[in-house]
Write a protein that binds this ligand. Sequence first.
Ligand SMILES: [Zn+2]
Length: 352
Amino acid sequence: MILQQIFRLFAGLLLAVLLVATSSCDRPRGEAAPAVAERLAEVVAGTGDPDPSTLAAITRVVEREEPAVRALFRGRPAQRYFIHVHADREHLPASLAANLHEDSPGFAMLGTRQIHVVWGEMQRTGASMRGVVVHEMVHEMLDQFVAPHGRALPRWFHEGLAQTVAGDTYLGAREDELVWRAAAGRLESFESLRGSFPADKPTLQVAYAQSYSFVAWLAREFGMATVLDVASSVDASTSFEIALSWRTKRSSFDLNTAWQQHLLHGSGAPWRVAFDQFFSLLMIGALPVLVLALMRRLAVDRRAAQRLDAAAVAEDEAFSAAASEGTDDEAAGEEHGEERRSAGASEVKGDA
Ligand SMILES: [Zn+2]
């Protein structure tokens, strides 16, 4: 009896294993197993009738990149959001165009679960599709990560983290641009970049570069997990700056000073600036030599022209002299002929 029950149990287990194996074999070869976590982003066509191939390419980037970004935020983001793909800036309605900075390929509308990317601007500015999608995805997921206190995060932290995670800066922002500003004490204050970024493009580039540089330095110095812990502890009564000081045991002033020291002495940016300027400086250094060479060449040309003029004058004079001698001979010949004709005439006259 017991043996029969064991046999039935064994047969049942065997049947279950066979059924599972059969069902997995039914899945067409090459088809991926269902994802453990459902994708949160839905890519949709925006204005200007974007090409279906563009939508498909952006969907592939989202499928590839979203799991890592979601894992970075500890799987906490769970709200669905939409990535609207617009064909170009010209077709954007005024209400959306107002959010798109000059030379920027996209933006996230926090609190509305909307990301907008503009394909035409990506192409025109040469921005990487992956960089743009991950950057905007970080904005959305960070907002969900700290909900309901997303509005309390400083703008510089949002932009700094988005660029650090994407590994790509916005608007061509470069850490190198900050070197002389740091040396001259001309950096923007993070307080001034807290609520919004400047409107004019050069200052906006500095704001992006500064945000990227500081957040990337924080992540290297204290670890990304600590940086996200700080963001996570922000609430109605705890600002990001206070949470950061508390977590790192350093004042905002000390952190700012340490970052600027890194920028000037540890980032390699001054060397990159020096290298970039090398050829310009080389040209400036070589300028006196080029001017001397040009002056020497002009002097040689001038002397050659003077020699040619002198030769031409001498030739003219020689020709004139030769011509005047020829005229004298002719005149003399003519006088003799006259005499001969006169003599002849007198002879005729005499005959007559
Ligand atoms: Zn951004």
